[in-house]
Design a protein around this ligand. Structure first.
Ligand SMILES: Nc1nc2c(c(=O)[nH]1)N[C@H]1C(S)=C(S)[C@@H](COP(=O)(O)O)O[C@H]1N2
Ligand SMILES: [Mo]
Length: 347
């Protein structure tokens, strides 16, 4: 793993090691804002409160006793690829490896909400982690805050998982033990780790991590609005070759990577070796699942003459969304899905 920050641990998967549909736990990126909270499984409780008929308090064993499901889902940090942005923006300088795909096992959030009985006026569900700390840059609240994010009630009732296990093992402390949320199709920031409290609210939630942090500018009839980052954007990423890799001239090289989107299928991945002038279609891997990446590969006949070469991948999804060539500046330091140039050397 590549260390982007030592404490709290922010670790990136060396993306060139991508070699299967499922990312092994020890190669799954870690993104934490605060130190890992100390949690004792036997005294830990998940509280569910707010606009519900009967608030709940569930222990680890209570959750293990509820009906369980397993779903694969890809998590991508909303800042993945940030190191490619020019001029440089603040935030963890991820290269390509702040993304992974795992099997998540746990209880549906909808199931737990139905047990508590959601009141008629409910609008959103806030997910709060046990981790907390102070924010260093303004604007910032005074003192310590917990990491928290919300999802709309409709999403919370359908398709959010309260995960106890990752790839068949109890969650590691760094990945949110004992319990985390998985919001398939959304960027990683929604997948709140170390869950301790779920609050059903009748108002839109405007917490730190969806207003000041993890928000971007959206343009519509209303003008320009600051909105929370939610869905992952269509994207193909090149795992091999790596940046500045030296590749023999006049040979065949297997270019490999992964592509993903949200609430749609990847229908096409194209490759360009001339900086985006001409494109050729890559072949897509067999393994697919909703809101998961899909592996792809493309056989490259490398140039006969030595020199520099710029590779780019471009994904299209079943909703007709195509990766843009240019960076959308309204997205600030998030949602980096324009075609990224991977420069290599032919020798
Ligand atoms: N409680 C809590 N949950 C959190 C975070 C955090 O700092 N605290 N980081 C979020 C972000 S920004 C990402 S990208 C994912 C990363 O999950 P991972 O560390 O298991 O890969 O967790 C999310 N959940
Ligand atoms: Mo993230």
């Amino acid at each position: 793993m590549i260390i982007r920050e030592k404490e709290p641990a922010n670790l990136e998967m060396p993306f060139g090691t991508l070699d299967g549909f499922i990312t092994p736990n020890d190669r799954f990126y870690i993104r934490s804002h605060f130190p890992v909270p100390q949690i004792d499984r036997s005294t830990w409780r998940l509280r569910l409160e707010g606009a519900v008929e009967s608030p709940l308090e569930l222990s680890y064993d209570d959750l293990c006793g509820l009906p369980s499901t397993t779903i694969p889902a890809t998590l991508e940090c909303a800042g993945n690829g940030r190191v490619f942005l020019v001029p440089k923006v603040k935030g963890t300088q991820w290269e390509l490896g702040a993304v992974g795909n795992a099997q998540w096992t746990g209880v549906s959030l909808g199931e737990v909400l139905r047990r508590a009985g959601v009141k008629a006026g409910a609008l959103e569900v806030i997910l709060e982690g046990a981790d907390c700390g102070t924010i260093s840059e303004s604007p910032k609240p005074a003192g310590k805050i917990h990491y928290a994010r919300s999802v709309p009630l409709s999403k919370a009732l359908e398709g959010v998982l309260l995960a106890l296990e990752m790839n068949g093992e109890p969650l590691a402390p760094s990945h949110g033990f004992p319990l985390r949320a998985i919001v398939p199709g959304w960027f990683g920031m929604a997948a709140v780790k170390w869950l301790q409290r779920i609050v059903v609210t009748e108002q839109a939630y405007n917490g730190y991590y969806q207003t000041v942090d993890y928000a971007f500018w959206q343009r519509d009839e209303a003008g320009v609005e600051l909105v929370p980052v939610t869905q992952m954007q269509v994207k193909a990423s090149i795992a091999r070759p790596g940046i500045n890799e030296v590749i023999p001239a006049g040979t065949e090289f297997k270019v490999r990577g992964a592509a993903w989107t949200a609430d749609a299928r990847i229908t096409k991945v194209e490759m360009s070796v001339d900086g985006g002038v001409t494109w050729e279609e890559a072949s897509l891997g067999e393994e697919t699942a909703p809101n998961c990446w899909q592996l792809w590969e493309w056989n490259w006949k490398t140039p006969a003459t030595p020199g520099r070469c710029i590779l780019m991948a471009r994904a299209t999804d079943s909703r007709g969304r195509i990766q843009p060539m240019e960076r959308d500046l309204d997205r600030g330091s998030y949602e980096i899905n324009h075609c990224l140039p991977i420069e290599v050397e032919i020798r």
